[in-house]
Write a protein that binds this ligand. Structure first.
Ligand SMILES: Nc1ncnc2c1ncn2[C@@H]1O[C@H](COP(=O)(O)OP(=O)(O)OP(=O)(O)O)[C@@H](O)[C@H]1O
Length: 255
């Protein structure tokens, strides 16, 4: 599904991602873990086209997307959660989603000025799709709630729903369970499993080891920009190099 070959990103003299090769299979939950500063976010930014790699290749279903801009990559099926802090606090859950879905419409200024049939049809479709996404993430009950009044978990679910707006094949989730309690974490894990059941491939960065070990099909471990291990949760858990990387850093692996 997603194949990365010898991917490197230099920031000045620092290799944030250093010669990483990995393959993530379709319809699976893939996790990226590693101590702070390991290069996880940079890796996501490279795959989603936010950053251009210094060298290496990124193949999405066999298609070379290495130098594509993020809007092109999104169109080809790479969705991504936005920081939940990017939500409009004084708008409702549904309106936040409608804005996200409206970005994918074709109407221009002229359509708005004359309130064209195309605009009306697209508005209706955006509303319907937003409601479908809300239903999918289990937030229908909160559609009229202001974001400012939402719990952290509800905000996470809104972010998930927004990531679905591009009709992705693979979704990149950056710390989807950060700041939520254990019970809510379980709910978000179930939602990721549901995404996979519906044909999506999930790739997440997460510090919560219990969650990762429980749901990931495959884990890649980064440290100082390099891939130091990959495998099933069981393989990774027992890998001495991984244990050393965590014990040797100030990162709390059990967080
Ligand atoms: N735009 C940038 N310019 C310069 N250096 C950067 C930039 N983005 C990241 N870095 C550096 O690259 C390294 C990897 O950072 P990155 O944010 O990818 O790590 P991370 O594993 O996501 O960390 P965390 O778990 O703390 O989010 C760090 O040393 C960071 O300071």
């Amino acid at each position: 599904m997603l194949k990365v070959e010898h991917l490197t990103k230099m920031f000045g003299g620092l290799a944030a991602v250093n010669d990483v090769s990995v393959e993530f299979g379709a319809n699976q939950i893939n996790a990226i873990i590693g101590p702070n500063g390991a290069g996880k976010s940079t890796f996501f930014n490279l795959i989603s086209g936010v950053h251009q790699p210094t060298s290496g290749r990124i193949l999405l279903e066999g298609k070379d997307v290495t130098t594509m801009r993020c809007d092109h990559v999104a169109k080809l099926g790479v969705g991504r959660t936005f920081q939940t802090t990017n939500l409009f606090e004084t708008a409702t859950v549904l309106d936040n989603l409608i804005v996200g879905y409206r970005l994918r419409t074709n109407s221009g200024l002229w359509d708005v000025l004359i309130n064209s049939k195309r605009l009306q049809a697209e508005e209706k479709a955006a509303r319907e799709k937003a409601r479908e996404a809300l239903d999918f993430v289990g937030l229908t009950y909160a559609e009229n709630r202001y974001i400012a009044d939402c719990t952290q978990e509800e905000r996470k679910r809104v972010a998930f729903a927004l990531a679905l707006a591009t009709q992705p094949k693979i979704v990149l989730l950056d710390e989807p369970a950060a700041g939520v309690n254990p019970e809510e974490t379980e709910g978000l894990a179930d939602l990721m499993k549901k995404m996979v059941k519906h044909g999506l491939t999930v790739c997440l960065i997460e510090h919560k080891m219990d969650m990762i070990m429980g749901i990931a099909d495959k884990i890649m471990v980064l440290d100082h920009g390099e891939k130091i291990a990959e495998g099933t949760p069981e393989e990774v858990k027992n890998n001495p190099v991984v244990i050393e990387a965590y014990l040797g850093s100030d990162h709390d692996a059990a967080a």
